[in-house]
Design a protein around this ligand. Structure first.
Ligand code: FAD
Length: 469
């Protein structure tokens, strides 16, 4: 475990008593063992220690906590499901962790307006299941959906496999209830589908990584659930060929619901972990393409065309899965990769994104830079969005090689930017990518972002040290 704590802000007995008076003794955690899980997320092996954790149940409690923390300059780190992959939820300056886990009610599913209203602590998969039971669909589906929460998805502007067709979280948020560092409660939108009255604060807060406000409630757009879906799996001899096939699919006019790329190390470890035999063990990469539509006829037409395009692009085969059980198994293997690749050793995960057509050049660049530095990689991601997660492994490096490792990862980030891409596609800057943010944005853009931060959180108590640092 690497301790990232940059500063410790202890809380005095008087401060702890004031915080406990807001949430109740039972929901202010101070014992070391109780605090330990709140000092970790899913980012590498990082940790950081808070002085206390508050678990409010209402927006009014969140407001009182923030007002109190502002008055006493106590750093506050919001947390939801702690599945983050950029360290955003780690309390690196100590102080208070504000966990939204008890604010976990789905308040309304409005079928006529196609809107769900939910608290920030709702587990994403629970919202999926609740709306799907009514024939509706909320597409944002991070692969962590069984444990991440809506507040975290909003704060990270989370993507997921189905963002390829349906877009990332920001496309689905119609309004937010959020609390500023001062304790002021904002309502930025709601069920109205069109609203241009002033600045779009909803969009500003989505993706702000808990640095501008604490999200307590969200109004989320729904659509009818697609009537049919099928998955095509295509093995390729090389990762580069698989990456090149992604652009061929778009050029053919197909809009897959999901289009995932996975290289051999990821496939091997994920199938092995599930106890399943690896199909096409000789393939260096696979594409997993999901096509959905109103009915079977529409999906069948697209699947046939997709199979042709994949084979023309060099796929070794194109295997169709239409039945629900097989599709579920394939998605379970895919969703398991994020966890399974950790078994391959200690690594940093780079969350790169480039224009779709630059995916193959990115793969080439990553392989070249890693090979020159003698480092192993494992790659997978949401290829339809040009989003590639690259695990760069530290394994086998001797003492003093950390600098070379850092140099190689920085060169990979720079390569993504050179190709017109970015240093994080969906995981957020957090602490993991704050050192490379300047590769992506000009000083003028970073200054504008800092001005927004200073306007909404003038004392700098909200998630200090993250994103813009
Ligand atoms: C196996 C695995 C697969 C994953 N797959 C995907 C994927 O497909 N797509 C994707 O985008 N991400 C993915 N992730 C990353 C992660 O799940 C997402 O970033 C997710 O949105 C984080 O949600 P969370 O509830 O866990 O948030 P946390 O980790 O608790 O917090 C994340 C950030 O949000 C802030 N925050 C949390 N709640 C609030 C709030 N209420 N108000 C303001 N700020 C808040 C925190 O301060 C922190 O900066 C994956 C992670 C894992 C472990």
């Amino acid at each position: 475990m690497r301790d990232l704590t940059e500063a410790r802000r202890p809380l005095s007995p008087e401060e702890l008593a004031a915080l406990a008076a807001v949430v109740g003794e039972a929901h202010l955690l101070v014992a070391r063992d109780d605090l330990e899980p709140y000092g970790r997320d899913w980012t590498e092996d990082f940790r950081a220690e808070p002085a206390a954790v508050a678990r409010p149940r209402t927006t009014s409690e969140v407001s009182s906590l923030l007002k109190l923390c502002s008055e006493r300059r106590i750093p506050v780190t919001p947390q939801a499901g702690r599945t983050g992959l950029s360290g955003g939820a780690l309390p690196i300056r100590g102080g208070l962790v504000l966990s939204l886990e008890r604010m976990s009610s789905i308040l309304e599913i409005d079928e006529a307006n196609l809107v769900a209203v939910a608290e920030a602590g709702v587990v994403t998969q629970e919202l999926h299941e609740a709306v799907e039971a009514r024939g509706l669909y909320y597409p944002p589906d991070p692969a962590s959906r069984a444990s991440c929460r809506l507040g975290g998805n909003v704060a990270e502007n989370a993507g997921g496999p189905h963002a390829t067709k349906y877009g990332v979280t920001s496309k689905w948020v119609m309004g937010l209830e959020a609390v500023l560092a001062s304790g002021e409660v904002l309502l930025t939108g709601g069920k109205t589908r069109k609203d241009v009255a002033g600045y779009d604060l909803t969009s500003l807060l989505v993706g702000s990584e808990g640095t501008l406000a604490v999200v307590t409630k969200a109004w989320l757009r729904l659509i009818p659930k697609p009537g049919a879906a099928a998955v095509v799996v295509a093995p390729f001899a090389t990762l580069e060929e698989a990456a090149a096939a992604v652009a061929a699919i778009s050029r053919a006019g197909l809009v897959p619901a999901a289009l995932e790329i996975v290289d051999r190390p990821c496939v091997d470890v994920s199938f092995r972990k599930k106890g399943l035999p690896v199909p096409f063990p000789e393939a260096e990469a696979r594409l997993l393409v999901e096509l959905d539509g109103a009915d079977d006829a529409e999906v069948e037409r697209d699947v046939t065309r997709c199979g042709e395009v994949l084979l023309e692009a060099g796929a070794l085969d194109a295997v169709l899965a239409t039945d629900e059980a097989k599709r579920r198994e394939l998605w379970e293997v895919r969703r398991g990769i994020g966890e399974a690749v950790r078994e391959l050793g200690s690594s940093s995960e780079l969350d790169l994104a480039v224009p779709r057509t630059e995916l193959a050049p990115l793969v080439r660049g990553v392989r070249r830079i890693a090979a020159e530095a003698g480092l192993a990689t494992a790659c997978f991601g949401h290829a339809g969005d040009g989003n590639l997660h690259v695990h760069v492994y530290r394994e086998g490096r001797g003492e003093g090689d950390e600098a070379r490792f850092e140099e190689a990862t920085r060169a990979i980030y720079a390569e993504a930017c050179r190709l017109g891409g970015t240093v994080t596609g969906e995981h957020g800057v957090g602490v993991a990518a704050r050192g490379v943010l300047a590769l992506r944005h000009s000083p003028a853009v970073l200054a504008a972002m800092r001005a927004v931060k200073a306007a909404l959180d003038p004392l700098g108590i909200l998630n200090p040290g993250k994103a813009l640092a």
